[in-house]
Ligand binder design. Structure first.
Ligand code: DI6
Ligand code: FE
Length: 407
């Protein structure tokens, strides 16, 4: 006997079964011990539903998709940057504000002052918003502490969220996010601290699932990033990179050479970068929320990524500076409207390919037997509606590890 079985469903499995969205109409899906025990056409069930599972639910014709995977967020931070938003409306650029000591630095000041429980509390509201739109897995980065204690505090807060909510959390150490002001005169000393002290500490406490950096003219150079990647590898930690967001630093190619899980943003990605990513199987994580908020005009080379077979993921990049957005469905819409992804590509970006960007392709991201039973029932008639609407409450039910959960 399975624990539970949903019948009368339309399944967008997002697995590659030849149909758009990997669809199975008249489908059924069963969960047992938190995993998908069976998925397929209802007519192929090996018996009458009531004889197969302890609990049988009718989906009433609802579409069921894999739980959404938000593979790039900065959900944990203190304060907000609404004042900066106003200054940008008056004409200041993101780079100017950063160089004048605002930007990331102002969130660092607030985050250093906050306690771990205050960070958990403020991130909870954003996390609940993601979950209310179907997110079952979320990546959360550090990077607003920039000293050992504050970085550990952020990562502990991120881990703690997973204990309080029905959601999978993976954490990423982003020590090379910005140069903290106390190291303004000595970049090398800060990179040393991150590589020689912070990475070992984070690794020994098991607080990070990956390591990331902001490779940018207002962030860190390719050389500094390469040092970080070598340090991460020495501790067995996978790497990923904020690359080619505001300028072309060759970051994506560097990340690919280091076997990165993903390179993220990519507005300035060149042909060499595309080829390197394709060779290495590095996922392209596109972040249309930041593109929208910064009113960027140069779009990532989506056609070239497609042609080269680079998997495209999408994420909210939820952060106080460039993407104060806690709506995964709005991100699907932006990916289509701004970057011209198809609705199917957009949904794949927040399911199958988001999972791959986290190194969790065997665990989550499609509706396939053996994977975690994380899925969402939606009140829609066409899966393209998930990318089409902005705003309506489309979620009927959220299932996490086989359990129907309240948000
Ligand atoms: N790129 C981004 O879009 C965010 N971090 C990064 O490296 C912005 C973070 C912030 O402005 O607070
Ligand atoms: Fe980011």
């Amino acid at each position: 006997m399975w624990d539970s079985l949903w019948v009368d469903a339309r399944l967008a499995t997002m697995a590659r079964n030849g149909a758009p969205y990997g669809a199975i109409l008249n489908g059924a899906i069963a969960a047992n011990d938190g995993r998908i025990a069976w998925v397929g056409a209802q007519a192929d069930l090996p018996g009458a539903p009531e004889s197969l599972a302890r609990e049988v639910f009718s989906a009433g014709g609802a579409w069921i998709t894999p739980g959404l995977v938000d593979c790039h967020t900065h959900l944990v931070f203190a304060g907000n940057r609404a004042r900066e938003f106003e200054l940008r409306l008056e004409g200041a650029s993101y780079e100017e504000l950063a160089k004048a000591g605002g930007g990331i630095a102002s969130t660092v000041a607030a985050t250093r002052m906050a306690s771990e429980s205050e960070l958990i509390e403020s991130a909870s509201g954003r996390l609940r918003a993601l979950m209310a739109q179907g997110v079952t897995s979320v990546e959360i980065k550090s990077g607003y502490g920039l000293d050992l204690e504050a970085e550990l505090k952020m990562l502990r807060a991120a881990r703690a969220l997973a204990n309080s909510y029905d959601v999978r959390v993976t954490t990423t150490f982003l020590g090379l996010h910005a140069l903290p002001k106390e190291f303004a005169e000595d970049r090398e000393a800060y990179v040393d601290l991150v590589c020689d002290v912070m990475i070992p500490a984070v690794a020994s406490e098991g607080l990070a699932d990956a390591v990331d950096a902001f490779c940018e003219n207002i962030g860190f150079t390719g050389e500094e990033t390469a040092r970080l990647f070598d340090a991460a590898r020495a501790y067995g930690l996978p790497v990923k990179l904020h690359a080619e967001q505001l300028s072309d630093q060759g970051g994506a190619a560097l990340a690919a050479q280091h076997g990165a899980l993903s390179a993220d943003h990519l507005e300035w990605l060149d042909d060499e970068g595309v080829a390197a990513m394709a060779n290495a199987g590095t996922v392209a994580v596109l972040l249309p929320g930041a593109f929208y908020v910064l009113r960027e005009t140069r779009v990532p080379p989506v056609g070239k990524l497609r042609a080269a077979g680079v998997p495209i993921a999408l994420a909210s990049d939820c952060n106080p500076g460039t993407s104060p957005i806690a709506s995964p469905l709005a991100i699907l819409n932006m990916a289509c409207t701004l970057f011209r992804l198809t609705p199917e590509e957009a949904l794949a970006g927040m399911t199958r390919n988001g999972a791959r960007a986290l190194g969790l392709a065997d665990e989550i991201g499609t509706l396939e037997a053996g994977k975690a039973a994380d899925f969402v029932l939606w009140r829609i008639d066409d899966p393209a509606e998930l990318a089409y609407w902005i705003g309506p409450d489309l979620m009927v039910e959220r299932v996490f590890a086989g359990r129907r959960t309240l948000v």
